[in-house]
Design a protein around this ligand. Structure first.
Ligand SMILES: Nc1ncnc2c1ncn2[C@@H]1O[C@H](COP(=O)(O)OP(=O)(O)OP(=O)(O)O)[C@@H](O)[C@H]1O
Length: 521
C-alpha cells in the first residue's frame, strides 16, 4: 500500500489524533486525516470501522473525546452542524433527514436562514439543481419522490450553503447506475471548481473511478492510504477487510419443483401520483432456487415488495400463494405464519425500530411466528431464550457493536443490515423475500449475506431477491426476471442471461425482441 498520508497542495482540513469513545468502544481511535483543496478523498473501511463516527465529528454532530481539527491551518472546535456549515463544511447523510409531508423547498428552507422567502429558496434550488445536472422540482412533496430524488434534495440543500468541503456518506447506495453517473459528473465539476469532497462508499469500482486518494480505516484506526486509481477492487477490499474477499459460491440448483411462492396475475393501482402500478405479474419461485429481480429503481420494485410482503394487501386471495395457501388478502404477520420472511430496503424504522434494543427488535418481529420459543405460559416473555437467539444471530452474521445488546440505532448501517438479515435467516423460513440485501454493506459482509441466502435456498427454501446491483444478481441467482414499468419479464435462467440481455430488458425492450444468440450469450 502506497503511503500518501500528506497532501501535496495546501490542506483544507487536517485532523490529528481524533478519538470518539462510546461506552468501552473506541469507535475512532487517534485518527489522522488530511484533505487537500480540490481533491476527492475516499474514506474506506468495513462496516463499523468508524467512518460515520469520524465524519459526524467533522460535521459537529458528535463531540470528540480527544484530538485536534484544523481548518485552513487554524485549530477549530466544531460544536454543532450550524458551526460546521458556517466554516464551510456541508454533509449529505446516509439516512435522509427530510420531512415527507413538506415540499422539497420547504425542507431546504428549514436548514437555511429563517428570513429567506420560500419563493427565493425555490428559485435558487431549481436553478442550482439544473446547473449541476441534478434536476429537481422544489414544489414536489417529498413523500411522493423516489429515493434518488430525495437524495438530490439533500445534495442541493448542501450546495446552497456553498461549502468548501462536502462530505457524502454512501451517496450512491440508493441510486440507479444512471443517477450515480450524474452524481459523479456533478462531483467532478465541484472538484474542478476547487471544492473538496470526502467520499464514503463501499462501491470500490466507483471509488477507483472518482477519487484522488483514499484513507482506509479498520476497527477505529487508520490502517493505510492509497491512490485508488492504482488499485483493483479486490486489492482495496483486502486493505479494508484485512483478508481476501471471495465471491459467493453457488452450487447447482436443487429446485425440487415444489412451488413456494406463486404470483398469479398480480395487478395493483398506483397508491399515489408518483407510484407505479403493477401490471399482471406472474411468477413462480420454487424450493431450492434463488430468483433475482433486476430493474432500474422506480419501476415498481418497491410496490411489488409491498404486495408480496402483505404491506399492501390484494383483493384477490389467489393473486399471491405461499406454500399453496391463498395469501393475497393476508397481512404481513399472517404471511410470516405461513413460513415467509421479508427484509425491506429501509433498515431504520421499517426493518428495525431504532430506539429498541436488538433483542427487543427480535421479539417484536418474531413473537407471533416463534411464540412457543419466546413466550411462556401466562404470556411471560422468555428473556433468556430471546437473548440467546439474539446472540446466535450476532455471532452467525458477525455483527460488530459497542455493547452486548445495543439499540438498533447504535449499530453502524451495515451491521444493522447484517442483524436484520440474520434475524430472518435464523427462522429458516420456507420463503425469503429481500429487497436490496447488501445496501451499505462492506464487501466481506456482502459476500457472507449472499452465501447465506444461497445456502438457505439450497437447504430447500425459496429465495426472491430484488436488487439494483446486477453483479450481485448474477452471483446469486438461478434465474433473473426484469421489472420495467410495473411489468415483470419471464425469468431468464442464469445460463442464458447476459448483462446485455438483462440491460435491454431494464431499458424497456420487449421481451420477445431480446434473443439469446451465440454472439450475445
Ligand atoms: N451512537 C452510538 N452509540 C454507541 N455506539 C455507536 C454509536 N454510533 C456508532 N457506534 C458504534 O461505533 C462503531 C463505528 O460505527 P460507524 O457508524 O462509525 O461505522 P461505519 O464505518 O460508518 O460503518 P458502516 O459502513 O456500516 O456505515 C460501531 O461499532 C457502532 O456500533
Amino acid at each position: 500500500m502506497q503511503s500518501s498520508a500528506e497532501t501535496a497542495g495546501p490542506n483544507l482540513l487536517e485532523v490529528r489524533g481524533l478519538t470518539k469513545i462510546f461506552g468501552t468502544l473506541k469507535a475512532c481511535d487517534g485518527v489522522d486525516l488530511t484533505i487537500a483543496k480540490g481533491e476527492i478523498h475516499a474514506l474506506l473501511g468495513e462496516n463499523g470501522a468508524g467512518k460515520s463516527t469520524l465524519v459526524k465529528m467533522l460535521f459537529g454532530s458528535l463531540e470528540p473525546n480527544d484530538g485536534v481539527i484544523s481548518w485552513n491551518g487554524e485549530p477549530v472546535t466544531i460544536a454543532s452542524p450550524s458551526m460546521a456549515k458556517k466554516l464551510g463544511i456541508g454533509m449529505v447523510f446516509q439516512h435522509f433527514s427530510l420531512f415527507e409531508a413538506l415540499t422539497a423547498a420547504e425542507n431546504i428552507a428549514l436548514s437555511l436562514q429563517a428570513d429567506t422567502p420560500l419563493s427565493t429558496i425555490s428559485a435558487k434550488a431549481r436553478a442550482l439543481s439544473y446547473s449541476y445536472g441534478l434536476p429537481l422540482d422544489p414544489e414536489a412533496l417529498v413523500g411522493d419522490l423516489s429515493v434518488g430524488e430525495r437524495q438530490r434534495i439533500e445534495i442541493i440543500r448542501c450546495l446552497l450553503q456553498t461549502p468548501d468541503l462536502i462530505i457524502l456518506d454512501e451517496p450512491t447506495s440508493v441510486l440507479t447506475p444512471q443517477e450515480a453517473d450524474k452524481l459523479f459528473e456533478t462531483l467532478e465539476r465541484l472538484r474542478a471548481e476547487g471544492k473538496s469532497i470526502l467520499y464514503i462508499s463501499h462501491r470500490l469500482d466507483e471509488v477507483r473511478r472518482l477519487c484522488d486518494r483514499a484513507t482506509i480505516m479498520r476497527h477505529g484506526k487508520v490502517v493505510g492510504h492509497c491512490d485508488p486509481r492504482q488499485e483493483t477492487p479486490s486489492s482495496l477490499a483486502r486493505m479494508m477487510v484485512g483478508s481476501e474477499v471471495k465471491n459467493a459460491e453457488r452450487p447447482p440448483s436443487a429446485a425440487s419443483g415444489e412451488e413456494i411462492l406463486g404470483i398469479c396475475g398480480l395487478s395493483r393501482k398506483p397508491a399515489g401520483p408518483f407510484s407505479m402500478p403493477l401490471k399482471n405479474i406472474w411468477l413462480s419461485v420454487r424450493a431450492g432456487e434463488v430468483l433475482g429481480i433486476a430493474g432500474v429503481a422506480g419501476n415498481g420494485q418497491g410496490e411489488f415488495f409491498e404486495a408480496v410482503s402483505g404491506e399492501a394487501r390484494q383483493e384477490a386471495g389467489d393473486a399471491i400463494r405461499i406454500r399453496g395457501q391463498q395469501a393475497g388478502r393476508l397481512g404481513i404477520s399472517a404471511r410470516r405464519l405461513l413460513g415467509a420472511a421479508f427484509v425491506p430496503e429501509e433498515r431504520l424504522g421499517h426493518g428495525a425500530a431504532p430506539r429498541m434494543k436488538l433483542s427487543e427488535n427480535l421479539l417484536l418481529s418474531r413473537h407471533r411466528t416463534d411464540r412457543k420459543a419466546f413466550i411462556g405460559t401466562g404470556g411471560f416473555v422468555k428473556s433468556g431464550a430471546i437473548q440467546s437467539a439474539a446472540q446466535r444471530i450476532i455471532k452467525a452474521m458477525d455483527v460488530r457493536k459497542s455493547a452486548p445488546d445495543p439499540e438498533a440505532a447504535a449499530l453502524s448501517g451495515g451491521n444493522l443490515q447484517k442483524f436484520i438479515i440474520g434475524r430472518e435467516l435464523d427462522r429458516q423460513p420456507a420463503l425469503m423475500v429481500v429487497n436490496q440485501p447488501t445496501w451499505g454493506v462492506d464487501a466481506g459482509a456482502a459476500a457472507r449475506i449472499r452465501q447465506a441466502l444461497i445456502e438457505l435456498a439450497r437447504g430447500g427454501s425459496a429465495v426472491l431477491v430484488i436488487s439494483q446491483d446486477l453483479d450481485e444478481l448474477f452471483e446469486m441467482s438461478d434465474a433473473i426476471a426484469v421489472m420495467h414499468n410495473g411489468e415483470l419479464s419471464k425469468p431468464i435462467p442464469i445460463a442464458e442471461a447476459t448483462l446485455e440481455k438483462i440491460g435491454l430488458l431494464m431499458g424497456g425492450a420487449e421481451p420477445g425482441h431480446v434473443h439469446v444468440s451465440a454472439e450475445t450469450a
